[in-house]
Write a protein that binds this ligand. Sequence first.
Ligand SMILES: [Mg+2]
Length: 117
Amino acid sequence: MPSGNTRKSIVGQGKQLFSMNKLIKQVEQWHRDRNLIEGSDDKAQVLKLIQELGELSDSVCKGKPIDDDIGDLLVVMINICVRNKITLESCLSHSWDEIKHRKGVMRDGIFIKEEDL
Ligand SMILES: [Mg+2]
């Protein structure tokens, strides 16, 4: 039986998930309302993604907050997901299944997977 604090934190996570799903739907609609799904394409959106990644790099290098940069990356990734009829959740789940048992070593702050050693 979870303690009071654990139970509260599980309920909190549920609310966060609901909130995340609601936010994703709102961002999807934002893209549709601006014709950024049918009116754009994956190549254009990947370029936008790289632009936003550059902004994240700039913020990290300058020690600035990264919330906006991560959010902007997610907005563009949602665009690409919608056009390809996939979801952030299915993509993350796929990656999780691939990495969850991965073994390797750390070198200079980079994780090198076992098969690449
Ligand atoms: Mg930005």
